[in-house]
Design a protein around this ligand. Structure first.
Ligand SMILES: *[C@@H]1O[C@H](CO)[C@@H](O)[C@H](O)[C@H]1NC(C)=O
Ligand SMILES: *[C@@H]1O[C@H](CO)[C@@H](O)[C@H](O)[C@H]1NC(C)=O
Ligand SMILES: *[C@@H]1O[C@H](CO)[C@@H](O)[C@H](O)[C@H]1NC(C)=O
Ligand SMILES: *[C@@H]1O[C@H](CO)[C@@H](O)[C@H](O)[C@H]1NC(C)=O
Ligand SMILES: *[C@@H]1O[C@H](CO)[C@@H](O)[C@H](O)[C@H]1NC(C)=O
Ligand SMILES: *[C@@H]1O[C@H](CO)[C@@H](O)[C@H](O)[C@H]1NC(C)=O
Ligand SMILES: *[C@@H]1O[C@H](CO)[C@@H](O)[C@H](O)[C@H]1NC(C)=O
Ligand SMILES: *[C@@H]1O[C@H](CO)[C@@H](O)[C@H](O)[C@H]1NC(C)=O
Ligand SMILES: *[C@@H]1O[C@H](CO)[C@@H](O)[C@H](O)[C@H]1NC(C)=O
Ligand SMILES: *[C@@H]1O[C@H](CO)[C@@H](O)[C@H](O)[C@H]1NC(C)=O
Ligand SMILES: [Cu+2]
Length: 606
């Protein structure tokens, strides 16, 4: 192991201002230590063992200014393999820090450490971090805020408030069956709220104190595994100003739709009559015949401070009169949880703000992909099996263009194999540009109900990947299908932002739908929601060499294989090529030595 002494401050952040001349004035190195461990937390009358960072849920916030460098020492005291992904951080020329196990790095084993180092330049806004290990991201996550160096293009808020929407699972996540179980509650900033109680004791809810007339910036993050959420605050409106750390032309609405992986920044003016107002987050879902999950609403309270009184108790009881009378806070009217049009319209109303950070949409297209998202079945064992109502032979998997992702069994992470030209890369199978067969993708009769493993479209598993030349402009149309179910799909691309050109219902029709493209000011995001029984067209520039995970951010679609790797090749120069791994990055032989294993893969050059 390369010896490198980690700073021992095992808590929170230490910020060092560098005097090194090479760095531009004012940039800092922001250093954190993340101790991942298990703690007992009690909710809903049950004690649950949860994996968290620094004993907190949500975990520690990272707060930096554009241009800063970030150093995070992860100390894994949990019994699980761990990696941390910096969701939405582009990691330009630094794919090594992207945090995907066996793609960009070896997992951090229990009782081992790993240090992430990266710069946050050229982007600003609300992002987040989370474990990139199945399910554990439900409790291993936190905010990642990049402040603009030269001010944001909207009114300076009085306060900035993170609103992290999450889920509480009473089961130990390590043992959750990814196809059958649901969370037990939804949460806002880790709190379940007063819609949940046990033995008569209500769960604590999130409380936001506001002062009349002041402006608040809500930094909303959906850290949930399962659902898109609708967020409302009674008596108040939101003005959306950013999404996925890209500015949005101010859009005023009384409801926010946010899918797993996404962030929305919205200004809220405390302009209602002083009182108390519920903030409600409602998960949505497709209607029947899709399988119906329990509707787990959570709520917090926005309460006006009353400067005529001094005590806390007075504040909690709320101000006099107004629209929220007495002790009962005013509730927002929530839509039906099957109303997916609210999400569709919310997204349809977003356009990017004219801002120096926003580049024009590239006009030329070098590569076109049409990717269908669905479910299929593979044989549990062997090449062939009986299909039909027999529930033992088939396994349900999630697919892109009729192939389900399966990590090849390799001992070297793929990025390392790619960089050092070792042989593993032959194990990858090319993601087809189009699905193998055209059918009515959104035909409702394809939705399967009843027993889960009925006869399904047979499909296959492979390590799906697609290569792009450096600088290629890629257009991807994602098409949700009705194969077995009619879920939407929040597709997340690592290392790049995407221009979201258009969305629609039904089957994408190239001739008809190109006319709907917004090539002027489309929103730019790292996660795009493909509507249920519909499609989305995106464009991105493959200008960040490395191997990037591209996947659905619904945890169960992800674990079931709705993944592909986008490999961006090196450009012609050093500044367009993936550099060598960072000095303290353990490549496989070092990692294996550290873990006292004996079989070493052959690595050149180190
Ligand atoms: C959690 O609680 C269980 C049972 O109460 C106990 O055995 C265990 O040691 C606790 N674990 C931690 C990490 O506190
Ligand atoms: C953790 O990672 C090691 C090394 O890659 C692997 O051998 C082991 O199976 C992993 N453990 C789990 C629980 O995934
Ligand atoms: C991990 O970091 C902690 C805290 O800095 C240190 O005490 C421990 O020795 C390190 N463990 C390893 C395996 O390097
Ligand atoms: C507790 O929850 C149940 C239903 O889940 C509800 O009927 C009851 O009124 C709640 N109790 C309190 C004190 O809120
Ligand atoms: C209310 O009180 C707080 C602190 O007690 C003060 O900072 C704030 O300016 C006051 N707001 C108004 C509207 O008077
Ligand atoms: C914008 O939102 C409004 C209100 O929900 C809706 O009627 C309209 O169709 C939306 N516009 C687009 C382009 O989606
Ligand atoms: C499943 O298949 C096995 C072997 O082919 C058969 O014995 C069994 O009865 C079948 N079960 C059902 C529910 O059809
Ligand atoms: C990998 O192969 C490429 C092209 O063949 C070559 O340019 C590069 O130097 C090789 N990298 C290493 C680390 O050997
Ligand atoms: C596809 O299926 C949908 C829903 O079942 C139906 O409304 C539509 O007409 C079908 N389209 C074609 C081209 O058959
Ligand atoms: C998917 O691929 C399988 C082979 O793996 C094939 O049998 C099936 O017909 C394909 N389905 C579609 C919808 O293309
Ligand atoms: Cu999905």
């Amino acid at each position: 192991m390369k010896s490198r002494s980690l700073p021992l401050a095992a808590t929170t952040a230490a910020i060092f201002f560098l005097s090194v001349a090479a760095l531009s004035v004012g940039t800092a190195v922001v250093e954190h230590t993340f101790v991942v461990s298990q703690v007992n937390m009690t909710h809903l009358c049950r004690e649950t063992l949860v994996t968290v960072v620094n004993g907190q849920l949500p975990g520690p916030a990272i707060d930096v200014t554009e241009g800063d460098s970030v150093v995070v020492h992860v100390v894994n005291k949990s019994p699980y393999n761990m990696t941390i992904h910096w969701h939405g951080v582009k990691q330009r020329l630094n794919c090594w820090a992207d945090g995907v196990p066996m793609i960009t790095q070896h997992p951090i084993l229990p009782d081992h450490n790993f240090t992430y180092r990266f710069d946050v330049s050229g982007q600003e806004g609300t992002l987040w971090w989370h474990a990139h290990v199945p399910l554990l991201r439900a409790t291993v996550h936190g905010t990642f805020i990049i402040r603009p160096r030269h001010g944001a293009p909207f009114l300076k808020p009085h306060k900035e408030i993170p609103i992290v929407i999450g889920e509480w699972w009473v089961e130990d996540l390590a043992f959750v069956d990814t196809t059958a179980e649901y969370n037990s509650a939804s949460t806002i900033n880790g709190k379940l709220g007063d819609l949940y109680n046990c033995s008569g004791a209500m769960e604590e809810g999130y409380k936001l104190d506001v002062e009349p007339g002041k402006i608040y910036l809500l930094r909303v993050i959906n850290a949930a595994l399962l659902s898109e959420y609708y967020l409302k605050i009674a008596g108040h409106k939101f003005t959306v100003v950013a999404a996925d750390a890209n500015y949005i032309s101010p859009y005023t609405t009384d409801i926010i739709a946010i899918a797993p992986g996404q962030t929305v920044d919205a200004l809220v003016v405390a302009d209602a009559s002083p009182g108390r107002y519920y903030m409600i987050a409602l998960p949505n879902q497709p209607p029947k015949p899709d399988f119906q999950s329990p509707v787990l609403v959570t709520r917090g309270i926005v309460q006006y401070s009353n400067n005529h009184s001094s005590g806390h108790d007075e504040l909690v009881r709320g101000g006099a009169g107004g629209s929220s009378s007495g002790d009962v806070p005013m509730s927002p009217e929530m839509p039906d949880n099957h109303d997916n049009m609210i999400s569709f319209y919310f997204r349809g109303n977003l356009t990017s703000l004219h801002h120096p950070r926003h580049l024009p949409v590239p006009g030329r297209i070098d590569e076109r992909l049409f990717i269908t998202l669905g479910l299929g079945s593979v044989c549990r064992q062997g090449q062939s099996c009986k299909r039909g109502d027999n529930t033992t032979d088939n396994l349900i998997v999630a697919t892109m263009n009729n192939v389900s992702f399966q990590l090849p069994t390799v001992s070297t992470p793929l990025l390392e194999a790619h960089y050092y030209n070792t042989s593993n890369m032959e194990l990858l199978q090319e993601l087809p540009d189009v699905p193998p067969r055209v059918f009515n993708f959104t035909d409702l009769s394809l939705i399967q109900t009843g027993p889960k493993e009925k006869k399904l479209e047979p499909t296959s598993k492979a390590a799906l990947a697609r290569r792009f030349r450096y600088g290629a402009v890629v257009e991807v149309v994602f098409q949700s299908t009705a194969l077995m179910q009619s879920d939407s799909n929040p597709m997340h691309l690592h290392g790049h932002d995407m221009f979201v050109l258009a969305q629609g219902h039904g089957n994408y029709d190239m001739v008809r739908d190109v006319a709907k493209y917004n090539l002027v000011n489309p929103p730019v995001t790292n996660t795009v929601l493909v509507p249920r029984l519909g499609w989305v067209a995106v464009r991105f520039v493959a200008d960040n060499p490395g191997i990037w995970y591209m996947h659905c951010h619904y945890e169960f679609h992800l674990t079931m294989g709705m993944v592909a790797l986008f490999i961006v090749e090196d450009g012609p120069t050093e500044s367009t090529s993936l550099p060598s791994p960072p000095v303290d990055f353990l490549v496989s032989d070092e990692y294996n030595l550290q873990n006292e294993k004996t079989k070493l893969p052959q690595i050149n050059g180190i």
